[in-house]
Design a protein around this ligand. Structure first.
Ligand code: NAG
Ligand code: NAG
Ligand code: NAG
Length: 446
């Protein structure tokens, strides 16, 4: 999550005033006050209590049996590159009646999600603590890292994860860590064995639950304010750190490598893709040949501007050493508050029209996938409504979205505005925060 507020238009989600919702727009759900009927050729389909959506097809028909709707000529780039004012009016994910596979012709034909979509591969929570002391300039100090484990006088991150898996059905955790902690504050130095061992205690606690575990280098593409490969640490230093980590976990297929948390204000995105490429090559050459690697774009890995700001095209060129893209997944974040900063208790949008629909279309057209590794909101009614809608949309498009990870539990006190830290009761059981109960926990979803 970013700690500097981006100044953006205060764009309140406005329910569509159209009499009929367009294909892929919302048409019902708790709290929904917009159009309740769909344009001709599509049917309002309930995905869960919080979200119904216009899907191509009439009642009982499949999406492959109908002609495209009149909106289907709108291009992805046109809908995702304009300002946020489009969110209340623009259908951003027009369907195609003919194709369900990525286009190989060079043109990017919009595709509908396959009928099989509906189950996300991953649902999880961030377990924060080893990243404490990092700011968005990539200034971290090793001594400020606070392991979220009781043996290091932190919260019981191990117990939290066991609870999240056993009681809620989560199956992934993201474990942020500052680069400075791993290198014990020595830029360009080797990974510090003792510090890596401490971090590994958290990784092992995660693995012991049976969940997948994302290793997240939480440095905003920087060390001490300077950008990797663009005035800051050379790509080799990033690659060397990843090589050490990847060698340690090379044989564990539950490990996911998160190359970098939230790059922002990167002047040259094509150059940044080279830094990411260096990390990917290092991970694969260290023997971690098959695990997922998450590739982060510019602007705080914003899902909304991933395509329009050039991150998609630049990172689409990153490959494994053999030239394939197997296991290379785009990392995207999105918050639901007024300025997408993840700092406000109230949520104002579900991000579908402005971010998820155009991104889904781009991914489908290019045969790629993304993982939403940070999202969340306050423990408020507005966030319950909008986050449930966002997750329902991701589930409906699970061919291109791998899943979501809520921000955050671990060492966050229960009073933290985006806190997802459960409370342990005297009998040893746990009580979740209201947003985890309402939306994030897979067990809460229909
Ligand atoms: C990390 O660096 C500090 C300061 O140089 C030093 O006191 C400490 O012993 C180092 N920690 C480890 C685990 O090497
Ligand atoms: C970054 O993304 C936010 C929304 O996520 C958007 O409002 C802002 O304009 C973007 N900034 C840039 C530079 O693309
Ligand atoms: C992405 O946003 C940055 C910051 O506003 C801008 O300088 C850059 O030109 C944008 N890149 C593209 C490809 O839109």
């Amino acid at each position: 999550m970013k700690s500097i507020l981006a100044l953006t238009t205060l764009a309140i989600w406005v329910a569509s005033t159209n009499a009929q919702a367009a294909v892929y727009q919302q048409c019902g759900g708790i709290g929904w006050t917009g159009a309740a009927t769909c344009v001709s050729g599509s049917t309002c389909t309930k995905l869960n209590d919080y979200y119904s959506q216009c899907l191509p097809g009439t009642q009982g028909a499949t999406s492959s049996s109908l002609p495209p709707s009149s909106s289907s000529s709108r291009s992805t780039s046109a809908s995702s590159s304009s300002s946020s004012s489009l969110q209340s009016t623009s259908p951003t994910s027009p369907p195609s009646s003919t194709s369900s596979a990525p286009s190989s012709s060079g043109t990017c034909a919009p595709n509908a999600p396959p009928a099989s979509a509906g189950q996300l591969r991953f649902a999880g929570i961030n377990i924060a603590g080893f990243d404490f002391g990092c700011n968005s300039d990539g200034d971290c100090t090793a001594s400020a890292a606070w392991p979220p484990l009781t043996k290091y006088y932190g919260m019981d991150g191990a117990g939290q994860m066991q609870h999240f898996v056993k009681d809620d059905g989560f199956n992934v955790f993201r474990l942020p860590v500052g680069w400075q902690f791993l290198l014990n504050d020595t830029e360009g130095g080797p990974v510090n064995d003792a510090n890596l061992q401490k971090y590994d205690d958290l990784v092992q606690a995660c693995l012991s639950t049976g969940a997948s575990c994302i290793i997240d280098l939480h440095n905003y593409a920087r060390w001490g304010g300077k950008i990797i490969g663009q005035g800051g640490p050379p790509d080799d230093e990033l690659a060397a750190t990843w090589s050490t980590i990847a060698a340690k976990y090379a044989s564990n297929d539950k490990i996911i490598f998160g190359v970098m948390n939230e790059p922002h204000d990167i002047p040259d995105i094509v150059r940044w893709a080279q830094s990411v490429q260096a990390a990917v090559t290092a991970i694969r050459e260290a023997g971690a040949t098959s695990q997922l690697i998450l590739l982060p774009g510019n602007n705080w890995t914003s899902a909304e501007t991933f395509v329009s700001n050039g991150s998609a095209d630049a990172l689409n060129k990153v490959t494994n050493p053999d030239g394939s893209i197997t296991g290379l997944v785009f990392d995207v974040h999105k918050y639901l508050d007024t300025d997408n900063s993840g700092t406000a208790a109230e949520c104002v949008r579900n991000n579908i029209d402005i971010a998820w629909a155009p991104l889904a279309q781009w991914l489908r057209c290019h045969g790629r996938q993304a993982f939403n590794t940070e999202t969340g909101g306050g423990n408020t009614a507005s966030c319950a409504t909008y986050l449930c809608q966002q997750i329902a949309y991701q589930k409906a498009n699970s061919d291109v979205f791998l899943g979501y990870v809520g921000w955050a539990a671990g060492n966050f006190a229960t009073g933290y505005v985006l806190g997802e830290t459960p409370t342990q009761n005297s009998d040893g059981s746990w009580t979740d925060t209201s947003l985890v109960q309402a939306c994030l926990a897979p067990s809460s979803q229909s």
